[in-house]
Design a binder for this molecule. Structure first.
Ligand SMILES: C[S@@+](CC[C@H](N)C(=O)[O-])C[C@H]1O[C@@H](n2cnc3c(N)ncnc32)[C@H](O)[C@@H]1O
Length: 202
């Protein structure tokens, strides 16, 4: 696991890391998860996709440490966990156009006006995420908050994402989708989840 120095001033990198040195040929299929929480998705991804590499960024130190320890115990060499703020770290860790997919699952909604700047999917992040994806790359966004979902789809499409399901539309759950920790609960209770599957146009 890689720690940032502290939560407010994470890693100041001049150059994106050499992911090929870390992952070898798997770096050709590099994916990012922002806000991995307890790691349900990241750990399942690492087990299910030995032919791909995932970098998971998590702001909360205890969560990041726990997911990294599990990845190490389970021998998942294709998963790196980084503690810090994904909004600051993502553009420093990856070159433009280098990611095959970005996963954002159940981001905190931050409804209060004074917390608005903490929200993950704002206009700046929408453009940033688009720019980090390779042409044809996937943004896999899931939330249990309908209002967040509806605002996000408008914002992300305005930034230039193409919606696989048609403008403004939400996706059905793909049969092979790996659930995040929170989503596992919702699959049991039947609580609705709004899913976006958006692509950087080729
Ligand atoms: C509601 S939880 C969802 C966790 C997980 N994705 C899931 O679905 O189970 C949101 C997570 O995102 C993390 N988070 C919030 N803002 C973040 C940011 N800017 N960068 C990295 N992680 C962030 C929180 O610490 C928390 O673990």
């Amino acid at each position: 696991m890689i720690f940032s120095d502290d939560d407010d001033a994470p890693l100041a990198l001049d150059l994106a890391p050499d992911w090929t040195a870390r992952f070898g040929p798997l770096a050709g299929r590099l994916e990012l998860e922002i806000g991995c929480g307890h790691g349900g998705f990241a750990l399942a991804f690492a087990r299910a996709h030995a032919d791909r590499a995932l970098v998971a960024i998590e702001q909360r130190r205890a969560f990041a440490r726990d997911v990294a320890a599990k990845a190490e115990r389970r021998g998942h060499g294709n998963l790196v966990v980084i503690q810090g703020d994904g909004r600051i770290l993502a553009p420093r860790l990856f070159r433009a156009g280098s990611l095959a997919a970005i996963h954002v699952h159940f981001p905190d909604p931050w409804w209060k006006r004074r917390h608005g700047r903490r929200r993950l999917v704002d206009d700046r992040m929408s453009s940033l995420l688009l720019g980090l994806l390779a042409p044809g790359g996937l943004l896999d966004f899931r939330t249990d908050v309908e209002r967040y979902a509806r605002e996000a789809v408008v914002r992300l499409e305005a930034a230039g994402f193409a919606n696989e399901c048609g403008p403004g539309a939400f996706a059905e759950r793909p049969p092979d989708e790996l659930p995040s920790t929170r989503e596992k609960r919702y699959l049991e209770t039947g609580q609705p989840v709004w899913r976006l599957r958006l692509r950087r146009p080729a």
